[in-house]
Design a protein around this ligand. Structure first.
Ligand code: AMP
Length: 422
C-alpha cells in the first residue's frame, strides 16, 4: 500500500512552488524597501511561549497546537505563529539596547491543528513582519501603508483592510464586562462554545461564525464606544494618517482577532472570492507582549500574511515556465563524456542546460526539447566527434546548423555561435 501525506499537510508541486517563490520575492522586495531585515527562527519552541503570549483561552492554545514532551521533559510545540518567537528572540539576544527600534520579517511554516478546508491547512506558510520599539500612530499608519503596498506587489489588487481598535489594559476590562453582561442576557441564543467564551474571553463571541450567535450579538456593545482618551486619540490619528497617505481602510467594529496579545490597532486583510477562509493576513499592535515574555517594556506592531491564501487571491496566475536554454543531446555512449563537459562549461557560465541521456535516439531528444520548450538542441553524435564540431538544431526556426561551433569551445563562444540567427 502506498503511503499518503498526513491530513492537513500538503505538498507544493513545481508550478505552485514557482508562484509562491514569486510572491515571496515580491514581498521581500517591499519589506526591504521599508527597512525590514530577515530573522530566521526555530520551528520548535517551548509551549509556554505561546500559552503566555497568544493566550490560554485562545483557540490556538486551547486546541490547535502540536505539542509534546521532549525526552528531557521540556514541553515543546510546533510554532503556530511568529510574533511571540520574534519577541522572544529579540529579548534573548539582548537586542533592545543595540536596536531600540527593530524592523524584522520572517518567512516560514506554521502549524495549527485546525479542521482542514479550502484555504485552511495544518501546515501553512506565513510572511510576517514586526516593528518593535514604536508606539506612535505613525508606526501603525506606515504598517498599513506597507500592507497595501505588499498586496499590490504580489498581485492582490482587491484586498480590503478591516481595522478596529481593541483598546488597552485601561479601557478593555470595562468593555469586556459590558460585552459579557450583554451576552449573559442572551445566553440561550448562543452556541455552547460561546456560552463558555462569555466567562473566559467574551470578545471571541463576536468572532463566532454561528448564525444564531451572530444574530444575538448584532447590537452588542462595541469597543470603539469604550476607548479611553489615549486609545481614542491614537485610533483617530491612525485613521487620519492612513487617509492622508491614500490607504483605504474599512472600519470593522466587530473584528477582535483571535490572539490575546493585541491592543489598540488591529486589522485583517480580506480578499474577495476565497470562500469562508477569506482572510489573507492580519495583525495589530501588541504593546505589552515583549514585557509579558520577560523582556523590556517595548511596544510593537506587526502582521502576517498566509502565502497559500496570497497565492489563491492572486488568482493563481501561472508564472511562465522557464525552460532550460539548451538541451545537450549526446547520441551514443561515446559522445556522452564530451557532452557532459560541454554542459559543464555552459553551466559554469551560468547558462541553463538540460543534459539528455545518451541512450535516446535523436528523434526522441528533439521531441523532448519541443515539449519542454527548449529552443536550442546541441547535438553531439559520432559525426560531430569525428569532425570536432557540434550540430545545433534551432527548434523555433526549425533548422539544423551542422558544424556550428568547435566541441571544446569556451561557453561564451558557444552561446555566441548557437544564438546567432540566420
Ligand atoms: P493569524 O495569525 O491567525 O492572524 O493568521 C494570519 C494569516 O495566516 C491568515 O490571514 C491566513 O492568511 C494565514 N493562516 C492562518 N491560519 C491558517 C491555516 N490554518 N491555513 C492557511 N492559512 C492560514
Amino acid at each position: 500500500m502506498s503511503i499518503s501525506s498526513v491530513k492537513g499537510f500538503r505538498d507544493v508541486l513545481p508550478r505552485e512552488a514557482a508562484r509562491r517563490r514569486r510572491i515571496v520575492d515580491e514581498a521581500v522586495r517591499v519589506l526591504t524597501g521599508y527597512g525590514y531585515e530577515e530573522i530566521e527562527l526555530p520551528i520548535l519552541e517551548r509551549l509556554e511561549l505561546f500559552s503566555r503570549s497568544v493566550g490560554q483561552t485562545s483557540d490556538i492554545v486551547e486546541k490547535e497546537m502540536y505539542s509534546f514532551e521532549d525526552r528531557d521533559g521540556t514541553i515543546v510545540a510546533l510554532r503556530p505563529e511568529g510574533t511571540a518567537a520574534v519577541a522572544r528572540a529579540y529579548t534573548e539576544a539582548g537586542l533592545a539596547r543595540a536596536l531600540p527600534v527593530a524592523r524584522l520579517y520572517y518567512i516560514g511554516p506554521m502549524f495549527r491543528r485546525e479542521r482542514p478546508q479550502k484555504g485552511r491547512f495544518r501546515q501553512f506558510t506565513q510572511i510576517g513582519a514586526e516593528l518593535l520599539g514604536r508606539d506612535d500612530p505613525e508606526a501603525d499608519a506606515e504598517t498599513l501603508f506597507l500592507i497595501a503596498d505588499l498586496c499590490r506587489a504580489v498581485g492582490v489588487e482587491t484586498a480590503r483592510i478591516d481595522v478596529n481598535s481593541l483598546g488597552d489594559a485601561a479601557c478593555r476590562p470595562a468593555y469586556r464586562e459590558a460585552l459579557a453582561a450583554y451576552g449573559r442576557e442572551r445566553m440561550a441564543s448562543l452556541c455552547p462554545e460561546c456560552q463558555a467564551r462569555l466567562a473566559r474571553n467574551p470578545l471571541r463571541v463576536l468572532d463566532c461564525k454561528n448564525e444564531s450567535c451572530r444574530e444575538a450579538t448584532r447590537d452588542a456593545p462595541i469597543m470603539l464606544n469604550y476607548l479611553c482618551e489615549p486609545c481614542r486619540s491614537h485610533h483617530d490619528r491612525v485613521l487620519e494618517l492612513a487617509a492622508a497617505a491614500g490607504v483605504e481602510l474599512t472600519p470593522n467594529p466587530r473584528m477582535v482577532r483571535g490572539l490575546d496579545y493585541y491592543c489598540r490597532t488591529a486589522f485583517e486583510i480580506v480578499a474577495e472570492g476565497l470562500g469562508a477562509q477569506d482572510a489573507i493576513g492580519g495583525g495589530g499592535r501588541y504593546d505589552g507582549l515583549v514585557e509579558a515574555l520577560g523582556g523590556p517594556a517595548l511596544p510593537g506592531i506587526g502582521f502576517a500574511f498566509g502565502v497559500e491564501r496570497l497565492d489563491m487571491a492572486a488568482g493563481a496566475r501561472d508564472v511562465a515556465a522557464s525552460p532550460a536554454e539548451f538541451l545537450v543531446a549526446p547520441i551514443g555512449e561515446g559522445p556522452a563524456t564530451v557532452a557532459l563537459r560541454l554542459a559543464g562549461r555552459l553551466r559554469a557560465a551560468r547558462r541553463s542546460v538540460e543534459l539528455a541521456p545518451s541512450t535516446r535516439r535523436l528523434k526522441a531528444q528533439l521531441k523532448s526539447a519541443d515539449k519542454a520548450g527548449i529552443r536550442y538542441v546541441i547535438i553531439v553524435g559520432d559525426e560531430e566527434i569525428a569532425s570536432g564540431r557540434a550540430t545545433v538544431r534551432d527548434m523555433v526556426e526549425r533548422v539544423d546548423r551542422p558544424g556550428c561551433f568547435p566541441l571544446e569551445a569556451a561557453a561564451a563562444d558557444i552561446v555566441e555561435s548557437v544564438t546567432r540567427t540566420g
